[in-house]
Design a protein around this ligand. Structure first.
Ligand code: SAM
Length: 320
């Protein structure tokens, strides 16, 4: 098994199915950028083969499908159904839910029981300002339909001081009423936010969030699994919420994540630009793949940082 000096190994894989997205969220995509797939994206079968190799070489047992927006690529159905047949311990999906209603049959057929949906506000105007694509009503319809089919949901919100601070409590209320766990993702210094004033202006710390929430709800901190990225809280009798506190309470020392981009690169750490291409493994005879992959996994693991330092890589290329 490949383990680093902090005892970290790769257990969770995030696959960015495409870097294209039907949104252009202000915190993810710089102004004026077009949302295109990477130039040499791999197909569903090629990505599935790489996932199978990673499962064998690193003991990956959990896979999260992300992007870009995974539901907009034509390879989504084949990839998800193929993943469902790989005998993994857990498969999950992160989506903006713009196409959720039409993809629920495939999602259920692949055996997924839970989804993460990104939603930063319940205000239609603000929704358009942040996402710069899609529409709120469609997302809400997708959420209700998924719930009615018994799928467990988490909603990811990126709270920003000057943008959607006022939406924290309405969104929390919305989630508590529906048995959804709201997860606040502290704004990360990724992509264009790694330079300039945007990050400092809009960063809302875990404590500021808890102060906001504490004005309306009594909450208590609860246990989270060892390699969970979220700090979890319970609102007695009402539900739970979590905070992914990249800055306030970094979880790097327990991070077991590995990322595979749609063009076949492995990223060992969000806080490092270093990446390892593994697409050439697709052309190697099977018996040569494992030793090659293990060597590349070892160097991907050595890239893992002790704290999140910020990174210029755009999230849509490597998946959130
Ligand atoms: N399109 C899918 C979606 O919207 O969920 C999956 C990809 S998106 C890059 C995954 C997650 O990354 C989203 O929840 C998004 O809010 C988050 N994200 C992107 N850029 C971020 C940043 N700078 N700080 C915090 N979260 C970010």
């Amino acid at each position: 098994m490949i383990v680093d000096k902090l005892g970290r190994r790769f257990k969770n894989l995030r696959v960015s199915l495409t870097s294209a997205c039907n949104y252009a969220c202000t915190y993810c995509v710089p102004d004026g950028k077009r949302l295109m797939p990477a130039r040499e994206e791999l197909g569903a079968d090629e990505l599935l083969t790489l996932v199978r190799y990673l499962k064998d070489a690193a003991g990956i047992d959990k896979v999260r499908v992300t992007g870009g927006e995974p539901l907009i690529t034509p390879k989504f159905d084949d990839f998800l159904l193929g993943l469902g047949a790989l005998d993994l311990k857990d498969i999950s999906l992160t989506t903006n839910a713009q196409k959720l209603s039409e993809k629920l049959d495939v999602i259920s057929a692949a055996g997924l029981k839970r989804l993460n949906i990104s939603l930063d506000t319940l205000n239609p105007l603000k929704f358009r300002q942040i996402a710069r694509g899609g529409d709120l009503e469609t997302v809400l319809e997708g959420i209700e339909l998924a719930l009615s089919r018994g799928i467990k949901l988490k909603i990811n919100m990126v709270p920003m001081r000057t943008v959607n601070r006022d939406d924290v409590l309405p969104l929390l209320r919305f989630c508590l009423e529906r048995g959804i766990e709201l997860r606040f993702i502290e704004l990360m210094r990724m992509g264009h936010l790694n330079q300039g004033q945007g990050f400092a202006q809009d960063f809302l710390s875990m404590q500021s969030l808890l102060d906001l929430i504490g004005a309306e709800y009594e909450y208590e901190r609860t246990d989270a699994p060892f390699d969970s990225t979220a700090v979890r809280f319970k609102i007695p009798g009402q539900g739970t919420f979590g905070i992914i506190a990249n800055e306030s309470e970094p979880f790097c020392s327990a991070c077991t994540r590995l990322r595979l981009s749609s063009d076949g690169y492995l990223y060992g750490c969000l806080s490092s630009p270093r990446r390892e291409s593994i697409r050439d493994l697709l052309t190697l005879p099977r018996h040569l793949v494992l030793p090659q992959l293990q060597a590349r996994l070892l160097s991907a693991l050595q890239v893992k940082q002790q704290t999140f330092q910020g990174e210029t890589t755009v999230m849509k290329f490597i998946g959130g």
